[in-house]
Design a protein around this ligand. Structure first.
Ligand code: NAP
Ligand code: MG
Length: 477
């Protein structure tokens, strides 16, 4: 069995201890990961510092861009292998895993092209002065990423940080580190200088916590749960460094009577079943105007009944969820819905012959969920859609904004005034009108408000987050 090492300063190192990584489709151990320690994190930070004062720090921006573009090309070249790895490691149906590989390559291409296009300003000022601003890297950036979209989240965070000339220490999730290790190998092959990207796998409380509190780290990018996000922000506060938090969501889709319902239907279903619902921006609340509630929900229910879950390699609508804990979490929410008498409008099926050690859950549509019920307030992180009946636009807005989260929202209406009234009043980092997710939107700034976090990744804006302004004021008389 492959035993993976740590990438520190351009060298692969064996760790004293390893941890297993599991294929959630059948429960088999597919590889072993290095269990990185605080000492490993410390050496990775030192290697990143050395890269900044060495070959990596000396590269002009366009050369950094070229390397990133080459990494993107290599990811595409190895797309079949990466697809298989991601499908086996996370449990994603093959088509979804492939989409993630392609998105990861896009991030490297996008940020490769952008690396030499971030400029400072010259600022009109007092007579006798010339004032300009420089965009500079933070230095060493720490990246802690989750298991649900390892390739996409690695791409959006590491590629943007490298584009600006930072040196990265990456801690992938213990449940899904394999694709990150392969991208790191491709990065070296593409000519990324040693130490510009270091990868320390291991446990969150060990390697993750050590990275979050390390005094040599100058910026932290964290994607994951609200609970751990708060710990990361607290650790960052002790070192007085900036932090980007991409946390969870309970994102609403608002469907009005005047909408193109045929267009809305596939988006409404897909937004909550993609990656078996383990998506931070899952459209997990469906707010439907009273006048069409029953007829539209009947159509959504029909789609849910047709959904099939099975091993990732069969490429069905859904794979398993990532681990036993995640399955128990989803089952707990479903049991609560039943206990509270919420109507189960439809369930999909789990293939009859799935391996017994796989972690499968049934896609479920629940109707008439009270807006204050846990199923309308808390992130299930599974293929469970909570439908809520709303009276009108004002009521829909109140319910939509009535959770602790604010990540994304979808609006389905043909009324142009309503589209923009709601887009402005919805508390979310992204609003989609007559679509949901904008096909992934590598180019589009992404992030949350309220408990969904702060700071923006993706798009050009991420480059500003991964750099800082230095103002240079020259008095020449
Ligand atoms: P998580 O438990 O918060 O883990 C995220 C990362 O943090 C993992 O690498 C984890 O390592 C690490 N970690 C855990 N405890 C830590 C600690 N004490 N100190 C430092 N690092 C620590 O979240 P998850 O269960 O993997 O992911 C699910 C959550 O992520 C959901 O709430 C989802 O909404 C959110 N999410 C948000 C976005 C977004 O962009 N907004 C995207 C994807 C997911 P280990 O895995 O080794 O424990
Ligand atoms: Mg795994």
């Amino acid at each position: 069995m492959t035993e993976h090492g740590l990438l520190i300063g351009g060298e692969w190192e064996h760790a004293a201890e390893t941890i297993p990584t599991i294929d959630p489709s059948d429960g088999t151990v597919i590889a072993r990961l290095a269990r990185g320690t605080a000492a490993d994190v410390d050496r990775a930070v030192t290697a990143a510092e050395a890269a900044l004062s060495g070959a990596w720090g000396a590269l002009p921006a366009f050369e950094r861009g070229r390397i990133l573009t080459r990494i993107g090309a290599l990811i595409l070249e190895h797309q079949d292998a990466l697809t298989r790895i991601e499908a086996a490691d996370v449990g994603k149906p093959l088509r979804q895993a492939r989409a993630d590989v392609i998105a990861c390559a896009r991030y490297f291409e996008f940020y490769g092209g952008a690396a030499d296009k971030v400029m400072g300003d010259t600022i009109p000022f007092l007579d006798g002065y010339t004032v300009l601003t420089l965009r500079e890297p933070h230095g060493v950036t720490g990246h802690i990423i989750p298991w649900n979209y390892p390739l996409q989240i690695l791409g959006r965070s590491v590629a943007a940080a490298l584009a600006m000339g930072n040196a990265c220490v990456l801690k992938p999730a213990e449940d899904a580190s394999l694709s990150a290790l392969m991208v790191a190998r491709l990065a070296i092959e593409a000519g990324l200088p040693p130490g510009a990207l270091n990868v320390v796998t291991g446990l969150g409380e060990e390697a993750g916590a050590a990275l979050a509190r390390h005094p040599g780290v100058n910026h932290l990018s964290f994607t994951g749960s609200v609970e751990v996000g708060r710990l990361i922000q607290a650790a960052a506060a002790l070192n007085t460094i900036p932090v980007t938090l991409e946390l969870g969501g309970k994102s609403p889709q608002l469907v009005f009577a005047d909408a193109d319902l045929d267009a809305a239907l596939p988006f409404v279903v897909n937004a909550v079943i993609q990656n078996a619902g383990q998506t931070c921006s899952a459209g997990s609340r469906l707010l439907v105007e009273d006048a069409i509630y029953d007829t539209f929900l009947a159509r959504v229910a029909e789609r849910f009944r047709a959904l099939r879950a099975g091993p990732a390699s069969r490429d069905l609508d859904l794979g398993p969820v990532v681990n036993a804990g995640q399955r128990e979490r989803v089952e707990r929410f479903l049991a609560l819905a039943r206990k509270d008498g919420l109507p189960i409008l439809a369930e999909g099926t789990i293939e009859a012959d799935v391996p017994s050690e796989g972690h499968y859950v049934r896609p479920t549509l629940i109707g008439d969920v009270p807006p204050d019920h846990p199923l309308a307030q808390e992130e299930v992180f599974g293929p469970v859609l909570s439908a809520i009946r709303v009276r009108d636009e004002e009521h829909a807005l109140e319910v939509a904004n009535g959770t602790p989260y604010g990540l994304v929202a979808g609006i389905w209406t043909r009324d142009g005034g309503r589209q923009f009234r709601l887009a402005r009043r919805l508390k979310a980092g992204q609003v989609f009108i007559n679509n949901y997710g904008a096909a992934g939107g590598v180019e589009l700034p992404f992030g949350g408000v309220k408990a969904s976090g702060h700071g923006r990744e993706k798009g050009f804006e991420a480059l500003l987050g991964f750099s800082t302004t230095k103002t240079v004021a020259l008095r020449h008389g």
